[in-house]
Structure formats: C-alpha cells, structure tokens
Design a protein around this ligand. Structure first.
Ligand code: ATP
Length: 531
C-alpha cells in the first residue's frame, strides 16, 4: 500500500517535471535514451541555483577553498592510478531466458521485463554468474582507433583535482589545510539506470577535496591531536584538528548546506559505513541519505580518504606530491627525541601499509616508507584528504520530491480545488517572483506591471504573466514553485485614493497570504526574503 502510494507520488512528480519543463527525457523525439535526461527551462534554473549556492558556500565565502574547472577527458593513466580501470565495476548478471541485464545486487528491486509482477531475482529464468562490468565510458582520442588511443569520459570529477594538486598549490598561495572544489559532468555506464534521474549515465557532481596534514604532523606542531568530543558541529577549524575533527566538520557543514536549501535534517539520514564496507584506504565514510519516495538513498558521500589518492599519482607519474610545511620543519627539532621516534615510527608504519597494499615489493615498500618518514622530520608529507562528493541531479531530485505537495485552495468562484505546489526554498526556486497585471486589457495596468517587472529584473529572476484569470496565474506559479507573486491592480493606479497609489499586493506561495506593499520597497523586501 505504502509502496503503491510512493509509486503514485513519483509518477506525479515525473509528470509535473515534464509538463512544467523541469526535466525531459533526452532525445525524446527518437524514443529517448535510457539513463540520459535533459533539463528544461525551470529545471535549468533550479540546477543552476543549487550549483551557485554550493559554489558560493564552498569557495567564495571561505578563505581556504579554491576552484578548478578541468577537462572531462584526461590522460588515461589517471584512471589507472585512481583504480578505476581495474576496479570501478558493478557485478552484472544476465537472464538467459529474457536476455535482460541486471546489477546482481539490485535484482531484488528490479522487475523482470517478461513478468513485471515479479522481481528479476524471483523470475524463473536461469541467471549467469555475476561478472564485473566496468562503468567507464570509453572513447578514442585522435584519428586512429587503436588500443593506445583509448581514453575515458571521467566517472568522477575528483581525480582532476588530485592531478592538478601541485599546480593549484603553487599558484593559489594556499597552505595545507586547504581545499579545491570542482563541479561538472561525470559519466558512468550504469548497468540499470533507474528511479528517474537518481541513477543516470550522465550526471553532474560537485566535489571538494580538502587537504589536511597527517595526524603525525599535527601532533608534532601542536603537541596534540584534537578528536571529536561528541556529535555535532565542532566549530571553527583549529590548528590541532586531526582527520577525525575535519571529517566531522565537513559532515556537519554539508548537513547545514542541505538545511539552507530547504532539506531539513529530519529528511536526511547519516549512514556511517561499517569497517568491512570501507574502501581499504578510507578511514571513515559517511553517506548522507535522503528519504526519496522510492526509498532512502545516497545524496552525497563524505569520505576520509587518507593520503591514498595523491600517493597513487605520485607513484604512477613519478613526480612528488609532497608539500613542504614550514611549521612542521620548525617544530620537529624542538620535540623530545622519544616523541620524534614515536611520530616517525607511526608515519613509517602508515606509509608502509599503504605501499604494501598498493603492491610494492616488501623491500621497496620498506625503503620508500623510510624515505617518507625521513621526509616528515624535515617538514615534508603527502597531504591527507577529506572528500565531500555530491550529485547535482540527485540533489535537484530530492528538492523536487521534498517540495511537491498538494493542498486545497479556492478557485475563481471560491470553490475549493486541489492545488499542486512546489514548496521550494526561495533560495533555490527557479523563478523568485511573478508579476501580474490584474487585467490584460487595461493598458495602464499592463504598463505599470511592466515597469515593476523591469524594476525587479536586475535583482532577481522574474516571470511576467498577463494571460488568463488571476487565480489561474497564481496556480501556474505555485506549480513552478515561485515563492512570491506581485499583482498590479486599480489601487496601484490610485483609483481608490492616493494612499494606495504605487502599492501592489505581494502574495506568498505557501500561506497564500497577501499584503499591500509600496513598489519602492519591493526590491528590498524581496531580496531580503530570498537571501
Ligand atoms: P551509488 O552507490 O548510488 O552508485 P556511489 O557511492 O558510487 O553512488 P560516488 O562515487 O560516491 O557514488 O559519487 C558521489 C555522488 O555522485 C553520489 O553521492 C551521487 O550524488 C552522485 N552520483 C553517483 N553516481 C550517480 C549516477 N549514476 N547518477 C546520478 N548521480 C550519481
């Protein structure tokens, strides 16, 4: 029952998205292409607003994060170093009867194409053994189709940040701890794209790689490593923070971000991956999940990835990814010899573990780890990283699902009818304010309304609408999620006396309350409300 309701709700959302121009099937006129979606006029602005807010919050409003905009196709060695060529795959299963293909771990959720009343896992067709299917899209660079010219469409934006780490460090005058943010397209040849845009084959990511000092360096400099005292936001970053503090900080910062765009904490779930679920290099990963109508699913992952990524690139490209830390160099000689030994040994063991897991022969691993440990004593280390990685499309879908609601509102004759309304937070609403002349056939009203539109336009996105009864126009904007409506009527023209002249009604979408405000105050009132 609950499932049927959720399915019904999802259908309503998908159909609203199409009807109002939020999201269309890609290549629809040719029957569509599975796993690809286009954003229509309203969807484009919704996505743009989400990205802009993320970019502002993550880079412009901070001193310690800078941006990057890298290419989608990069040197294929990057994907060898990152592990994607060898291990970025899902287990795939074929049904010998109906020839359908499934992700082995999703067969209990996907209906069998021949017997849609049954899930793929229950249908009686014999299944092949699960085999790995690499999710990267391949392409060829240059005019010759040969093995050595194969390249990949990036399956994540993050790797470019690691590959450009040194360039960014040298040109931005940043010092560890600092971050590099990037947003852009990513591509994954998902075995079974589904749940509308949730699992697409082309999507956008917003990723931050926040580089921090290894705990041994923090301890050498500060004499201690702060760890979280309990749950919650740990406050302003401090020099003695170890990776656990930084990780918790970014989890909480990201939750705040979601609250600020209108997804309250209660709609999210924090899932701390269990030790056996973690990638071998990850120290902790928190998935932020959202309660979608089709289930509680990942919106964003926040991973403490140790120094794995930069270390991998250092080994694969043969160039050092270490940074020089003045503070560490100055602090080291002041440490008691026992402390020096302890920190050196800890760092040595951590590097040895990484190098061994990476497949270096024992002797070489020990030699490299010793060099790294010596480097630490002189102020050198490979930075560790905390990575909050979010999907724009999943975020937009979560916002649409959370905003969708139906209530009762009076029609032209005062009779109650069902109203569909997208209760977007004004910050991310595609249109902020709609401007309506009460009547279309009164030139004075139209002229005044256009003046108001032009007054507002430089400050926020405005939609001007003069077609149809005013109630219908309100409904259209409610469905688009426009938080405010401004109506120009005869009072605005001063027909009822000078005291109401140059005032308009300002209607609020959710409460449907209307207040009379001066045109001269509109910009200030509205910009304050959408800030
Ligand atoms: P999932 O387990 O759902 O496949 P993932 O753990 O592989 O996701 P990551 O590699 O951590 O995802 O990617 C970071 C973010 O990118 C995800 O949290 C999600 O928001 C987004 N993302 C990943 N794959 C897709 C996809 N196929 N379609 C849309 N967004 C995606």
């Amino acid at each position: 029952m609950a499932e049927a309701k959720a399915g019904e709700l999802m259908e309503k959302i998908v159909s609203l998205c199409k009807r109002r121009g939020f999201i269309f099937q890609s290549s629809e006129i040719y029957g569509g292409l599975n796993g690809f979606w286009d954003y229509g006029p309203l969807g484009t602005d919704l996505k743009r607003n989400v990205k802009e807010y993320w970019w502002n919050k993550m880079t412009r409003l901070r001193d310690d994060v800078v941006g990057l905009d890298a290419t989608i196709i990069m040197h294929p060695r990057i994907w060898k170093a990152s592990g994607h060529v060898d291990t970025f795959s899902d287990p795939m299963v074929d049904c010998k009867k109906c020839k359908a293909r499934f992700r082995a771990d999703q067969m209990h959720e996907i209906p069998c194409p021949q017997k849609p009343s049954k899930m793929a896992s229950e249908c009686d067709g014999e299944k092949t053994e699960a085999r790995p299917f690499n999710l990267m899209f391949e392409t060829v660079v240059g005019p010759i189709r040969s093995e050595e010219n194969v390249a990949y469409l990036r399956p994540e934006t993050a790797q470019a940040i690691f590959a450009q780490f040194k360039n960014v460090l040298e040109t931005s005058r940043q010092k560890v701890p600092f971050g590099v943010a990037q947003m852009g397209k990513a591509f994954r040849n998902e075995v079974t794209p589904r749940n509308f845009t949730f699992r697409s084959r082309e999507f956008e990511q917003m990723e931050l790689e926040f580089f921090i000092k290894p705990d041994e360096a923090v301890e050498a400099i500060c004499g201690r490593v702060a760890v979280p005292a309990g749950p919650g936001h740990p406050g302003e970053p401090q020099p003695d923070w170890g990776w656990q503090m930084w990780h918790q900080y970014w989890v909480e910062e990201r939750i705040r971000f979601y609250e600020e765009i209108g997804l309250p904490r209660a709609t999210l779930e924090e899932y701390w991956q269990k030790p056996e679920e973690l990638a071998h290099y990850a120290r902790a990963t928190v998935d932020l999940l959202f309660k979608f109508p089709f289930g509680t699913q990942e919106l964003e992952g926040i991973a403490a990835r140790s120094d794995f990524d930069l270390s991998q690139h250092q080994r694969f490209c043969g160039k050092p990814m270490t940074v020089f830390d003045e503070e560490l160099k100055a602090a080291w000689p002041k440490l008691a010899p026992a402390k020096q030994d302890e920190l050196r040994e800890r760092y040595y063991q951590a590097r040895l573990k990484y190098l061994t897991k990476a497949g270096e022969p024992a002797e070489k691993a020990a030699q490299l780890a010793r060099q790294d440990a010596e480097g630490l004593t002189k102020g050198y280390y490979v930075p560790h990283v905390i990575e909050p990685s979010a999907g724009v499309d999943r975020m937009a879908l979560a916002l649409l699902c959370h905003a969708y609601s139906e209530d009762q509102a009076p029609d032209e004759k005062g009779k109650l009818e069902t109203r569909v309304v997208l209760r977007f937070h004004p910050r991310i609403a595609p249109i902020k304010v709609a401007v309506f002349p009460l009547l279309k056939n009164k030139p004075e009203l139209v002229k005044k309304a256009k003046e108001v539109r032009d007054l507002l336009r430089p400050h926020l996105s405005v939609f001007y609408d003069e077609a149809g009864a005013i109630g219908r126009r309100y409904r259209r904007q409610d469905e688009a999620g426009t938080p405010f409506g401004v109506t120009i009527d005869f009072d605005t023209l001063g027909e009822k006396g000078p005291e109401l002249q140059d005032t308009v009604t300002l209607r609020e979408r959710d409460s449907m309350k209307q207040e009379r405000v001066k045109i001269a105050d509109l910009v200030a009132i509205l910009t304050e409300k959408i800030r």
